[in-house]
Design a protein around this ligand. Structure first.
Ligand SMILES: Cc1cc2nc3c(=O)[nH]c(=O)nc-3n(C[C@H](O)[C@H](O)[C@H](O)COP(=O)(O)OP(=O)(O)OC[C@H]3O[C@@H](n4cnc5c(N)ncnc54)[C@H](O)[C@@H]3O)c2cc1C
Length: 476
Protein backbone atom coordinates (compact mmCIF):
# COMPACT_ATOMS: atom_id res chain seq x y z
CA UNK A 1 0.00 0.00 0.00
CA UNK A 2 1.61 3.28 -1.10
CA UNK A 3 1.09 6.80 0.26
CA UNK A 4 1.58 8.24 -3.22
CA UNK A 5 2.44 6.89 -6.66
CA UNK A 6 5.53 9.03 -7.04
CA UNK A 7 7.89 10.97 -4.83
CA UNK A 8 9.92 13.65 -6.52
CA UNK A 9 12.89 14.87 -4.51
CA UNK A 10 13.83 18.44 -5.45
CA UNK A 11 11.47 21.20 -6.60
CA UNK A 12 13.68 22.85 -9.20
CA UNK A 13 12.37 23.21 -12.73
CA UNK A 14 13.28 19.55 -13.45
CA UNK A 15 11.26 18.16 -10.54
CA UNK A 16 8.33 20.53 -10.97
CA UNK A 17 7.97 19.88 -14.70
CA UNK A 18 8.01 16.10 -14.22
CA UNK A 19 5.60 16.47 -11.28
CA UNK A 20 3.22 18.65 -13.30
CA UNK A 21 3.17 16.26 -16.28
CA UNK A 22 2.59 13.23 -14.05
CA UNK A 23 -0.15 14.93 -12.04
CA UNK A 24 -1.76 15.87 -15.33
CA UNK A 25 -1.92 12.13 -16.10
CA UNK A 26 -3.78 11.45 -12.86
CA UNK A 27 -0.74 10.15 -10.99
CA UNK A 28 -0.60 11.07 -7.32
CA UNK A 29 2.60 13.09 -6.87
CA UNK A 30 4.37 14.26 -3.76
CA UNK A 31 7.35 16.61 -4.03
CA UNK A 32 9.90 17.13 -1.27
CA UNK A 33 11.98 20.27 -1.35
CA UNK A 34 14.59 20.92 1.30
CA UNK A 35 14.45 24.68 0.82
CA UNK A 36 11.65 26.98 1.97
CA UNK A 37 10.44 27.71 -1.56
CA UNK A 38 10.08 25.87 -4.88
CA UNK A 39 12.23 26.77 -7.88
CA UNK A 40 15.74 25.57 -7.01
CA UNK A 41 18.23 27.70 -8.90
CA UNK A 42 15.46 29.81 -10.46
CA UNK A 43 14.59 32.81 -8.33
CA UNK A 44 13.60 36.36 -9.22
CA UNK A 45 14.39 39.11 -6.74
CA UNK A 46 13.43 42.78 -6.56
CA UNK A 47 15.48 45.71 -5.36
CA UNK A 48 14.90 49.46 -5.76
CA UNK A 49 12.42 48.84 -8.59
CA UNK A 50 14.78 46.49 -10.52
CA UNK A 51 13.73 42.92 -11.32
CA UNK A 52 16.76 40.69 -10.73
CA UNK A 53 17.16 37.13 -11.97
CA UNK A 54 19.48 35.19 -9.65
CA UNK A 55 20.14 32.50 -12.27
CA UNK A 56 18.19 31.85 -15.47
CA UNK A 57 17.05 35.05 -17.12
CA UNK A 58 15.21 33.62 -20.11
CA UNK A 59 14.17 30.53 -22.04
CA UNK A 60 15.80 30.14 -25.45
CA UNK A 61 13.48 27.80 -27.25
CA UNK A 62 13.30 25.96 -30.53
CA UNK A 63 11.64 22.80 -29.27
CA UNK A 64 7.93 22.16 -29.86
CA UNK A 65 7.69 20.28 -26.54
CA UNK A 66 8.32 23.55 -24.71
CA UNK A 67 5.56 25.34 -26.63
CA UNK A 68 3.19 22.47 -25.91
CA UNK A 69 4.10 22.49 -22.22
CA UNK A 70 3.54 26.24 -21.92
CA UNK A 71 0.23 25.93 -23.79
CA UNK A 72 -0.92 23.12 -21.51
CA UNK A 73 0.12 24.83 -18.29
CA UNK A 74 -1.30 28.19 -19.41
CA UNK A 75 2.10 29.84 -19.01
CA UNK A 76 2.12 30.90 -22.67
CA UNK A 77 -0.34 33.64 -21.67
CA UNK A 78 2.28 35.03 -19.29
CA UNK A 79 5.19 34.85 -21.71
CA UNK A 80 7.17 37.99 -22.01
CA UNK A 81 9.13 38.18 -25.28
CA UNK A 82 12.67 39.49 -25.26
CA UNK A 83 13.04 42.81 -27.14
CA UNK A 84 14.04 42.09 -30.73
CA UNK A 85 17.75 42.67 -31.25
CA UNK A 86 20.14 40.69 -33.36
CA UNK A 87 23.37 42.35 -32.27
CA UNK A 88 25.68 40.48 -29.93
CA UNK A 89 29.25 41.37 -29.20
CA UNK A 90 32.62 39.99 -28.26
CA UNK A 91 35.27 41.74 -26.19
CA UNK A 92 38.37 41.98 -28.36
CA UNK A 93 41.52 43.90 -27.46
CA UNK A 94 39.61 46.12 -25.05
CA UNK A 95 36.81 47.01 -27.53
CA UNK A 96 33.53 45.45 -28.67
CA UNK A 97 33.23 43.73 -32.05
CA UNK A 98 29.93 42.47 -33.37
CA UNK A 99 29.60 38.70 -33.67
CA UNK A 100 28.41 37.83 -37.19
CA UNK A 101 25.25 35.75 -37.38
CA UNK A 102 25.25 34.81 -41.07
CA UNK A 103 27.85 33.32 -43.41
CA UNK A 104 27.89 36.56 -45.42
CA UNK A 105 28.54 38.59 -42.27
CA UNK A 106 31.24 36.12 -41.19
CA UNK A 107 33.10 36.64 -44.45
CA UNK A 108 33.26 40.41 -43.77
CA UNK A 109 33.78 40.24 -40.00
CA UNK A 110 36.93 41.50 -38.29
CA UNK A 111 36.50 38.85 -35.57
CA UNK A 112 38.57 36.38 -37.66
CA UNK A 113 41.69 36.71 -39.78
CA UNK A 114 41.71 35.72 -43.48
CA UNK A 115 43.63 32.58 -42.45
CA UNK A 116 40.92 31.67 -39.92
CA UNK A 117 38.23 32.08 -42.57
CA UNK A 118 40.09 29.91 -45.10
CA UNK A 119 40.49 27.23 -42.43
CA UNK A 120 36.76 27.29 -41.63
CA UNK A 121 35.94 26.75 -45.30
CA UNK A 122 37.73 23.38 -45.12
CA UNK A 123 35.26 22.14 -42.46
CA UNK A 124 33.38 19.69 -44.77
CA UNK A 125 36.67 17.83 -45.33
CA UNK A 126 37.61 17.37 -41.64
CA UNK A 127 38.00 13.79 -40.33
CA UNK A 128 35.99 12.19 -37.51
CA UNK A 129 36.95 12.24 -33.80
CA UNK A 130 36.34 10.05 -30.75
CA UNK A 131 32.80 10.87 -29.66
CA UNK A 132 33.24 9.51 -26.15
CA UNK A 133 36.41 11.38 -25.21
CA UNK A 134 36.89 14.36 -27.51
CA UNK A 135 36.84 17.75 -25.77
CA UNK A 136 35.08 20.82 -27.14
CA UNK A 137 38.47 22.37 -27.97
CA UNK A 138 39.63 19.30 -29.89
CA UNK A 139 36.32 18.98 -31.73
CA UNK A 140 36.05 22.62 -32.80
CA UNK A 141 39.73 22.90 -33.75
CA UNK A 142 39.55 19.68 -35.76
CA UNK A 143 36.52 20.91 -37.71
CA UNK A 144 36.98 24.70 -37.95
CA UNK A 145 40.45 25.63 -36.66
CA UNK A 146 41.55 27.59 -33.58
CA UNK A 147 40.02 30.89 -34.69
CA UNK A 148 36.50 29.55 -34.40
CA UNK A 149 37.34 28.00 -31.02
CA UNK A 150 38.90 31.08 -29.45
CA UNK A 151 36.58 33.76 -30.86
CA UNK A 152 33.21 32.03 -30.82
CA UNK A 153 32.88 28.66 -29.12
CA UNK A 154 35.16 29.21 -26.11
CA UNK A 155 33.39 32.43 -25.02
CA UNK A 156 30.01 30.70 -25.40
CA UNK A 157 31.11 27.60 -23.47
CA UNK A 158 32.79 29.69 -20.73
CA UNK A 159 29.89 32.18 -20.54
CA UNK A 160 26.35 30.73 -20.68
CA UNK A 161 27.60 27.21 -19.86
CA UNK A 162 30.25 28.30 -17.27
CA UNK A 163 32.44 25.50 -18.60
CA UNK A 164 35.99 25.00 -19.87
CA UNK A 165 36.26 23.82 -23.50
CA UNK A 166 39.61 22.12 -22.80
CA UNK A 167 37.83 19.74 -20.40
CA UNK A 168 34.21 19.73 -21.57
CA UNK A 169 33.07 16.70 -23.57
CA UNK A 170 32.08 17.83 -27.07
CA UNK A 171 29.21 15.39 -27.62
CA UNK A 172 27.59 16.27 -24.26
CA UNK A 173 28.28 20.02 -24.31
CA UNK A 174 27.57 20.76 -27.97
CA UNK A 175 25.10 18.00 -28.85
CA UNK A 176 23.60 19.86 -31.81
CA UNK A 177 26.95 20.40 -33.52
CA UNK A 178 28.26 16.91 -32.79
CA UNK A 179 24.89 15.49 -33.90
CA UNK A 180 25.22 17.28 -37.24
CA UNK A 181 28.70 15.85 -37.71
CA UNK A 182 27.47 12.36 -36.87
CA UNK A 183 24.51 12.57 -39.22
CA UNK A 184 25.93 14.51 -42.16
CA UNK A 185 29.69 14.15 -41.79
CA UNK A 186 29.96 17.96 -41.78
CA UNK A 187 28.50 20.67 -39.58
CA UNK A 188 28.28 23.20 -42.41
CA UNK A 189 26.55 20.77 -44.76
CA UNK A 190 24.35 19.54 -41.93
CA UNK A 191 23.27 23.09 -41.12
CA UNK A 192 22.34 23.67 -44.74
CA UNK A 193 20.28 20.48 -44.79
CA UNK A 194 18.80 21.35 -41.40
CA UNK A 195 17.86 24.86 -42.57
CA UNK A 196 16.15 23.45 -45.62
CA UNK A 197 14.13 20.85 -43.66
CA UNK A 198 13.53 23.06 -40.62
CA UNK A 199 11.26 25.33 -42.63
CA UNK A 200 8.70 22.57 -42.58
CA UNK A 201 9.37 20.79 -39.31
CA UNK A 202 10.68 22.82 -36.37
CA UNK A 203 9.73 25.93 -34.45
CA UNK A 204 11.58 29.23 -34.81
CA UNK A 205 13.98 30.07 -32.00
CA UNK A 206 12.48 32.53 -29.56
CA UNK A 207 13.76 33.98 -26.30
CA UNK A 208 11.37 34.91 -23.53
CA UNK A 209 10.77 35.32 -19.83
CA UNK A 210 7.44 35.58 -18.00
CA UNK A 211 5.46 38.40 -16.41
CA UNK A 212 7.01 38.76 -12.97
CA UNK A 213 10.22 37.06 -14.14
CA UNK A 214 11.35 33.45 -14.37
CA UNK A 215 10.11 32.66 -10.88
CA UNK A 216 6.53 32.87 -12.24
CA UNK A 217 7.12 29.67 -14.20
CA UNK A 218 8.20 27.58 -11.22
CA UNK A 219 5.67 29.14 -8.84
CA UNK A 220 2.84 28.44 -11.25
CA UNK A 221 3.91 24.78 -11.63
CA UNK A 222 4.24 24.41 -7.86
CA UNK A 223 0.80 25.98 -7.33
CA UNK A 224 -0.93 23.08 -9.08
CA UNK A 225 -3.24 21.55 -6.51
CA UNK A 226 -2.68 18.09 -8.03
CA UNK A 227 0.90 18.14 -6.72
CA UNK A 228 1.48 17.75 -2.98
CA UNK A 229 4.46 20.02 -2.49
CA UNK A 230 6.23 19.89 0.87
CA UNK A 231 8.86 22.55 1.35
CA UNK A 232 11.33 22.23 4.23
CA UNK A 233 11.45 18.46 3.60
CA UNK A 234 14.93 17.05 3.12
CA UNK A 235 15.26 13.47 1.83
CA UNK A 236 17.89 11.63 3.88
CA UNK A 237 17.48 7.94 3.09
CA UNK A 238 15.97 5.76 0.37
CA UNK A 239 15.25 2.03 0.46
CA UNK A 240 13.68 -0.33 -2.10
CA UNK A 241 10.83 -2.34 -0.52
CA UNK A 242 8.24 -4.76 -1.93
CA UNK A 243 8.21 -3.47 -5.50
CA UNK A 244 8.26 0.14 -4.36
CA UNK A 245 10.35 2.51 -2.30
CA UNK A 246 10.46 3.99 1.15
CA UNK A 247 11.83 7.48 1.53
CA UNK A 248 12.88 8.92 4.84
CA UNK A 249 13.22 12.64 5.29
CA UNK A 250 13.55 15.33 7.91
CA UNK A 251 11.28 18.32 8.33
CA UNK A 252 11.68 20.82 11.19
CA UNK A 253 13.80 18.26 13.06
CA UNK A 254 11.14 15.56 12.77
CA UNK A 255 11.60 12.39 10.77
CA UNK A 256 9.01 11.51 8.12
CA UNK A 257 8.54 8.37 6.02
CA UNK A 258 6.74 7.90 2.72
CA UNK A 259 6.01 4.73 0.75
CA UNK A 260 5.78 5.18 -3.00
CA UNK A 261 5.94 3.15 -6.18
CA UNK A 262 8.54 5.30 -7.88
CA UNK A 263 11.10 7.92 -6.82
CA UNK A 264 12.50 10.57 -9.14
CA UNK A 265 15.62 12.23 -7.74
CA UNK A 266 15.76 15.75 -9.18
CA UNK A 267 18.58 16.96 -6.95
CA UNK A 268 22.13 17.89 -7.94
CA UNK A 269 24.37 14.89 -8.70
CA UNK A 270 26.33 15.16 -5.44
CA UNK A 271 23.10 14.92 -3.38
CA UNK A 272 21.90 11.94 -5.40
CA UNK A 273 25.33 10.37 -4.73
CA UNK A 274 24.93 10.77 -0.94
CA UNK A 275 21.42 9.33 -0.97
CA UNK A 276 22.41 6.36 -3.12
CA UNK A 277 25.82 5.49 -1.64
CA UNK A 278 24.41 3.01 0.94
CA UNK A 279 22.63 1.21 -1.93
CA UNK A 280 25.27 1.25 -4.66
CA UNK A 281 28.76 2.61 -4.08
CA UNK A 282 29.66 2.45 -7.77
CA UNK A 283 26.61 4.48 -8.82
CA UNK A 284 27.36 6.99 -6.08
CA UNK A 285 30.96 7.34 -7.31
CA UNK A 286 29.82 7.94 -10.88
CA UNK A 287 27.52 10.74 -9.67
CA UNK A 288 30.06 12.20 -7.27
CA UNK A 289 32.50 12.50 -10.16
CA UNK A 290 30.36 15.21 -11.81
CA UNK A 291 31.92 18.60 -11.12
CA UNK A 292 30.00 21.85 -10.72
CA UNK A 293 31.22 25.33 -11.64
CA UNK A 294 30.95 28.09 -9.07
CA UNK A 295 29.79 31.41 -10.47
CA UNK A 296 28.62 34.82 -9.32
CA UNK A 297 25.83 36.86 -10.88
CA UNK A 298 26.43 40.57 -10.34
CA UNK A 299 23.57 42.93 -11.20
CA UNK A 300 24.37 46.62 -11.52
CA UNK A 301 21.86 49.44 -11.91
CA UNK A 302 22.80 52.88 -13.28
CA UNK A 303 21.00 56.07 -14.17
CA UNK A 304 20.50 56.06 -17.95
CA UNK A 305 22.33 59.37 -18.16
CA UNK A 306 25.46 57.77 -16.67
CA UNK A 307 25.78 55.16 -19.45
CA UNK A 308 26.89 56.74 -22.69
CA UNK A 309 26.97 53.57 -24.78
CA UNK A 310 23.93 52.87 -27.00
CA UNK A 311 23.65 49.27 -25.67
CA UNK A 312 22.20 48.24 -28.98
CA UNK A 313 22.24 44.49 -28.53
CA UNK A 314 22.03 41.60 -26.09
CA UNK A 315 25.41 42.23 -24.44
CA UNK A 316 28.91 40.77 -24.85
CA UNK A 317 30.92 37.64 -24.16
CA UNK A 318 34.56 37.60 -23.11
CA UNK A 319 37.09 35.23 -24.75
CA UNK A 320 39.74 33.71 -22.47
CA UNK A 321 42.59 35.46 -24.25
CA UNK A 322 41.41 38.68 -22.55
CA UNK A 323 42.47 36.98 -19.27
CA UNK A 324 39.47 38.20 -17.26
CA UNK A 325 37.22 36.53 -14.69
CA UNK A 326 34.21 38.26 -16.31
CA UNK A 327 32.70 35.80 -18.81
CA UNK A 328 29.87 37.98 -20.04
CA UNK A 329 27.68 41.02 -19.51
CA UNK A 330 23.99 40.96 -20.44
CA UNK A 331 22.28 44.25 -21.19
CA UNK A 332 19.22 43.17 -19.25
CA UNK A 333 17.15 46.35 -19.42
CA UNK A 334 17.71 46.44 -23.19
CA UNK A 335 16.34 42.89 -23.49
CA UNK A 336 13.58 43.31 -20.92
CA UNK A 337 12.86 47.05 -20.44
CA UNK A 338 10.49 46.34 -17.54
CA UNK A 339 13.37 44.84 -15.53
CA UNK A 340 14.61 48.35 -14.68
CA UNK A 341 12.69 51.43 -13.53
CA UNK A 342 12.17 54.23 -16.08
CA UNK A 343 15.36 56.13 -16.74
CA UNK A 344 17.59 53.31 -15.40
CA UNK A 345 19.87 50.72 -16.96
CA UNK A 346 20.37 47.17 -15.66
CA UNK A 347 23.56 45.29 -16.55
CA UNK A 348 23.93 41.64 -15.46
CA UNK A 349 27.48 40.34 -15.18
CA UNK A 350 28.75 36.77 -14.82
CA UNK A 351 31.99 36.10 -12.96
CA UNK A 352 34.01 32.91 -12.60
CA UNK A 353 32.66 29.59 -13.87
CA UNK A 354 35.01 26.82 -14.99
CA UNK A 355 37.45 29.43 -16.30
CA UNK A 356 38.07 31.23 -13.00
CA UNK A 357 36.46 29.25 -10.14
CA UNK A 358 38.42 31.29 -7.56
CA UNK A 359 36.30 34.38 -8.35
CA UNK A 360 33.54 32.92 -6.14
CA UNK A 361 35.72 33.78 -3.11
CA UNK A 362 35.93 37.48 -3.96
CA UNK A 363 34.04 39.75 -1.60
CA UNK A 364 31.50 42.28 -2.89
CA UNK A 365 34.01 45.13 -3.21
CA UNK A 366 36.46 43.09 -5.24
CA UNK A 367 33.73 41.59 -7.47
CA UNK A 368 32.30 45.03 -8.25
CA UNK A 369 35.73 46.67 -8.74
CA UNK A 370 36.89 43.97 -11.18
CA UNK A 371 33.75 44.41 -13.28
CA UNK A 372 33.75 48.20 -13.24
CA UNK A 373 37.39 48.23 -14.34
CA UNK A 374 36.15 46.65 -17.58
CA UNK A 375 32.69 48.20 -17.98
CA UNK A 376 33.48 51.86 -17.30
CA UNK A 377 35.83 52.43 -20.26
CA UNK A 378 34.07 49.92 -22.50
CA UNK A 379 30.54 51.29 -22.12
CA UNK A 380 31.58 54.85 -21.28
CA UNK A 381 29.98 54.76 -17.83
CA UNK A 382 30.50 57.93 -15.80
CA UNK A 383 29.49 56.85 -12.28
CA UNK A 384 29.51 53.91 -9.90
CA UNK A 385 26.31 51.82 -9.94
CA UNK A 386 23.46 53.05 -7.77
CA UNK A 387 22.23 49.47 -7.23
CA UNK A 388 24.33 46.31 -6.84
CA UNK A 389 23.04 42.81 -6.12
CA UNK A 390 25.32 39.75 -6.02
CA UNK A 391 24.28 36.10 -5.99
CA UNK A 392 27.00 33.51 -5.50
CA UNK A 393 26.29 29.99 -6.75
CA UNK A 394 28.85 27.69 -5.16
CA UNK A 395 27.55 24.81 -7.30
CA UNK A 396 26.31 26.93 -10.22
CA UNK A 397 26.17 24.58 -13.17
CA UNK A 398 27.16 20.94 -13.75
CA UNK A 399 30.18 20.45 -15.99
CA UNK A 400 29.97 17.78 -18.64
CA UNK A 401 33.69 17.03 -18.38
CA UNK A 402 35.75 14.06 -19.56
CA UNK A 403 34.21 10.87 -20.93
CA UNK A 404 30.74 12.13 -20.12
CA UNK A 405 28.64 9.92 -22.46
CA UNK A 406 30.38 6.83 -21.03
CA UNK A 407 29.70 8.05 -17.49
CA UNK A 408 26.00 8.49 -18.28
CA UNK A 409 25.81 5.05 -19.91
CA UNK A 410 27.35 3.57 -16.75
CA UNK A 411 24.79 5.44 -14.60
CA UNK A 412 21.95 4.08 -16.75
CA UNK A 413 23.36 0.60 -16.51
CA UNK A 414 23.58 0.75 -12.67
CA UNK A 415 19.99 2.07 -12.56
CA UNK A 416 18.80 -1.19 -14.17
CA UNK A 417 19.26 -2.76 -10.72
CA UNK A 418 16.81 -0.26 -9.20
CA UNK A 419 13.42 -0.42 -10.88
CA UNK A 420 11.23 2.45 -9.75
CA UNK A 421 14.13 4.90 -9.39
CA UNK A 422 14.92 7.71 -11.86
CA UNK A 423 17.57 10.43 -11.81
CA UNK A 424 16.64 13.62 -13.63
CA UNK A 425 18.26 17.01 -13.21
CA UNK A 426 20.47 19.38 -15.12
CA UNK A 427 23.53 17.10 -14.96
CA UNK A 428 21.75 14.79 -17.44
CA UNK A 429 20.53 15.86 -20.88
CA UNK A 430 21.32 19.57 -20.83
CA UNK A 431 21.35 22.46 -18.39
CA UNK A 432 18.86 24.83 -20.00
CA UNK A 433 15.22 25.13 -19.03
CA UNK A 434 14.34 24.07 -22.56
CA UNK A 435 16.36 20.87 -22.11
CA UNK A 436 14.81 20.26 -18.69
CA UNK A 437 11.29 20.38 -20.18
CA UNK A 438 12.23 18.13 -23.12
CA UNK A 439 13.84 15.60 -20.72
CA UNK A 440 10.79 15.74 -18.42
CA UNK A 441 8.54 14.55 -21.25
CA UNK A 442 10.86 11.60 -21.88
CA UNK A 443 11.00 10.70 -18.18
CA UNK A 444 7.25 10.73 -17.84
CA UNK A 445 6.83 8.57 -20.94
CA UNK A 446 9.25 6.07 -19.39
CA UNK A 447 7.63 6.05 -15.94
CA UNK A 448 3.94 5.87 -16.84
CA UNK A 449 3.80 2.28 -18.13
CA UNK A 450 5.34 1.04 -14.83
CA UNK A 451 2.43 2.68 -13.01
CA UNK A 452 0.00 0.86 -15.31
CA UNK A 453 -1.09 4.14 -16.84
CA UNK A 454 -1.32 4.70 -20.55
CA UNK A 455 -0.11 8.10 -21.54
CA UNK A 456 -3.33 9.24 -23.21
CA UNK A 457 -3.16 12.81 -21.98
CA UNK A 458 0.52 12.98 -22.80
CA UNK A 459 -0.34 11.77 -26.30
CA UNK A 460 -2.72 14.70 -26.64
CA UNK A 461 -0.13 17.19 -25.46
CA UNK A 462 2.72 15.59 -27.35
CA UNK A 463 4.23 17.20 -30.37
CA UNK A 464 5.48 15.76 -33.62
CA UNK A 465 9.13 14.78 -33.52
CA UNK A 466 11.46 16.89 -35.60
CA UNK A 467 12.43 14.10 -37.99
CA UNK A 468 15.19 13.27 -35.51
CA UNK A 469 17.19 16.25 -36.71
CA UNK A 470 17.90 17.66 -33.29
CA UNK A 471 19.31 15.36 -30.67
CA UNK A 472 17.37 15.03 -27.43
CA UNK A 473 19.85 16.65 -25.11
CA UNK A 474 20.65 20.12 -26.18
CA UNK A 475 22.55 22.68 -24.26
CA UNK A 476 24.04 24.41 -27.27
C1 LIG B 1 23.73 31.84 -13.04
C2 LIG B 1 22.89 30.92 -13.89
C3 LIG B 1 22.29 31.43 -15.05
C4 LIG B 1 21.48 30.60 -15.82
N1 LIG B 1 20.86 31.13 -16.93
C5 LIG B 1 20.02 30.34 -17.65
C6 LIG B 1 19.22 30.91 -18.70
O1 LIG B 1 19.25 32.13 -18.96
N2 LIG B 1 18.38 30.08 -19.39
C7 LIG B 1 18.28 28.75 -19.10
O2 LIG B 1 17.53 28.05 -19.78
N3 LIG B 1 18.98 28.19 -18.09
C8 LIG B 1 19.83 28.96 -17.35
N4 LIG B 1 20.51 28.42 -16.28
C9 LIG B 1 20.36 26.97 -16.01
C10 LIG B 1 19.08 26.60 -15.27
O3 LIG B 1 18.63 27.66 -14.48
C11 LIG B 1 19.34 25.39 -14.37
O4 LIG B 1 20.05 24.39 -15.06
C12 LIG B 1 18.01 24.78 -13.88
O5 LIG B 1 17.23 25.77 -13.24
C13 LIG B 1 18.32 23.63 -12.91
O6 LIG B 1 17.12 23.03 -12.54
P1 LIG B 1 17.10 21.63 -11.77
O7 LIG B 1 15.71 21.41 -11.33
O8 LIG B 1 17.73 20.58 -12.61
O9 LIG B 1 18.07 21.81 -10.50
P2 LIG B 1 17.93 22.83 -9.24
O10 LIG B 1 17.32 24.10 -9.66
O11 LIG B 1 19.31 22.88 -8.65
O12 LIG B 1 16.94 22.08 -8.27
C14 LIG B 1 17.34 21.03 -7.40
C15 LIG B 1 16.47 21.12 -6.15
O13 LIG B 1 16.72 19.98 -5.32
C16 LIG B 1 16.60 20.41 -3.97
N5 LIG B 1 17.24 19.40 -3.11
C17 LIG B 1 18.56 19.05 -3.08
N6 LIG B 1 18.75 18.07 -2.16
C18 LIG B 1 17.55 17.77 -1.62
C19 LIG B 1 17.12 16.84 -0.64
N7 LIG B 1 17.97 15.99 -0.03
N8 LIG B 1 15.80 16.81 -0.32
C20 LIG B 1 14.91 17.67 -0.90
N9 LIG B 1 15.28 18.58 -1.85
C21 LIG B 1 16.59 18.62 -2.22
C22 LIG B 1 17.33 21.74 -3.99
O14 LIG B 1 17.03 22.52 -2.85
C23 LIG B 1 16.80 22.35 -5.29
O15 LIG B 1 15.62 23.10 -5.08
C24 LIG B 1 21.30 29.23 -15.46
C25 LIG B 1 21.89 28.73 -14.29
C26 LIG B 1 22.67 29.56 -13.50
C27 LIG B 1 23.27 29.02 -12.23
Amino acid sequence: MSDADILIVGAGVSGLTIGWLLANEGVSVEVWEQGDRPGGKIRTGRQSGYLLEESASMVMNYRPEVNTFLDTTGMNRRKFERAPTEHRYLLKDGGLVELPLSIGAMAKSSVWSAGDKLRMMREPFAGRGDRDRETVSEFVTRRFGRGMLEQAIEPFVAGPLASDPDRANAAATLPRLSGLERRYGSIALGMLAHKFLRRRTATETEAFSFEGGMTSLVESLADTSAIRLRTGYKATELAPVNGGWTAIGVSSGTQCTLRVRHIVLCTPAYTAASLLSPLDAELANLLRGIDYAPLSVVHMGFAETAVNHALNGTGFLVPRREKLALTGCMWSSRLFPSHAPDGKVLLTNYLGGGRRPDAITWDDDQSVAEILKILKPLLDIATDPEMVSITRHLHGLPLYYGAYPARMRAVDSRLQDFPGLSLEANYRGGISIRDRIVCAYKTVERILPGLNRSSTELEKTRVPRQNGLISASTSG
